[in-house]
Design a protein around this ligand. Structure first.
Ligand code: RIB
Length: 333
């Protein structure tokens, strides 16, 4: 393991200079700082947490790791984080994990070396030991949306199960009797909770059958394919609750391709509240998560711990809102 002396020797400077570069003291000129940083990278030097703690230096950088930046839900989440961090003069580094554990842990390892002050992670693969390890090194973590259901750190999410019930009751109020559910990947806590909410309500309907549930992958194409499977099994389905808006958009596409009229013949409701739902034809009813607020709250909680050492390991569930639009509109009698 390289030491600070090895770095100083390789860079041709004193140990004190290396320390000033690590702690971003302004008294080091850029050329020297560059030599030192190059030596640190070459030797993979990692100041230990004690040295870092002794330095007491905050870098003014937080890391945000998201699973799928192509899904509009996550950029909206990032916007909430970034607006709060920017107001406090902090920089946000964004990582896209693709929900892959190895990629996520690689991001955490590299960003730890860059001395980020804390992590906000929307993850389906993070484990309690990963969070505990960061906490032992004095690095705060806040989990967002998905993630652990045990509070080893603050967790911010919306009330997924109640949101699913909102969707079902709305479809039933609109007259639907055979309501299908396109559920997201069940390894995601959020998708499981929505499926549970669907199951808690749909049993009240005479027309209910387990074959009205079909899996999707939280993207448009899987929503389209899910409706193909559904219509083959249940051509008489009259309502569809999709576990997220992208799958609901795919459902609209599949129904349109078959000339099935929405909402006259089938009513469709999504979940998330992304902007896309306002421009589909017909406009999509959805259960809106407070996406921007979730991101902002996660950032405020993380900054409280970074700046004041305050951490409450609690799970905070924010309310969701049904936004009725034309895709579930009841015909005028
Ligand atoms: O659309 C992406 C989904 O994954 C959202 O519903 C969000 O809650 C996340 O879990």
């Amino acid at each position: 393991m390289a030491t600070i002396r090895d770095v100083a020797r390789l860079a041709g400077v004193s140990v004190a200079t290396v320390s000033r570069v690590i702690n971003q003291k302004d008294s080091v000129n850029s050329e020297t700082a560059g030599q030192v940083l190059k030596a640190i990278e070459q030797l993979q030097y990692e100041p230990n947490a004690v040295a870092r703690g002794l330095a007491g230096k905050k870098m003014g950088i937080i890391a945000l790791i998201l699973p799928d930046i192509l899904n509009p839900f996550f950029p909206a989440l990032a916007r909430g984080v970034e607006d709060v961090a920017h107001k406090k003069g902090l920089t946000v580094i964004l990582g896209n994990s693709d929900d892959l554990g190895l990629k996520e842990s690689s991001y955490i390892k590299v960003l730890k070396k860059k001395y980020v002050d804390g992590f906000i992670i929307a993850s389906n693969t993070i484990r309690e030991e990963d969070v505990e390890s960061l906490k032992r090194e004095g690095i705060p973590v806040v989990l967002l949306d998905r993630g652990l259901n045990t509070a080893t750190c603050p967790v911010i999410r919306s009330n997924n199960r109640e949101g699913a019930k909102l969707a079902l009751h709305h479809l039933m109020e609109q007259g639907c009797q055979r309501i299908a559910h396109i559920y997201g990947p069940q390894e995601f806590f959020t998708a499981r909770e929505r499926l549970l909410g669907y199951e808690e309500v749909v049993g009240e309907l005479e027309g209910y059958s387990p074959s009205l549930m079909v899996s999707g992958n939280f993207d448009i194409e899987s929503g389209r394919k899910a409706v193909e499977q559904l219509l083959a099994r249940h051509p008489d389905v009259d309502g569809i609750f999709a576990g997220n808006d992208l799958m609901a958009v795919g459902a609209l596409k599949a129904l349109h391709e078959r000339g099935i009229r929405v909402p006259e013949e089938v009513k469709v409701c999504g979940f998330d509240g992304i902007g896309l739902t306002e421009i589909t034809e017909p406009e999509l009813t959805t259960v809106a998560q407070p996406i921007y607020e979730m991101g902002g709250l996660a950032a405020r909680i993380l900054l409280d711990e970074i700046e004041r050492g305050i951490r409450e390991n609690t799970i905070i569930e924010l309310d969701v809102t049904l936004i009725p639009r034309k895709s579930t509109q009841k015909e005028e009698t």
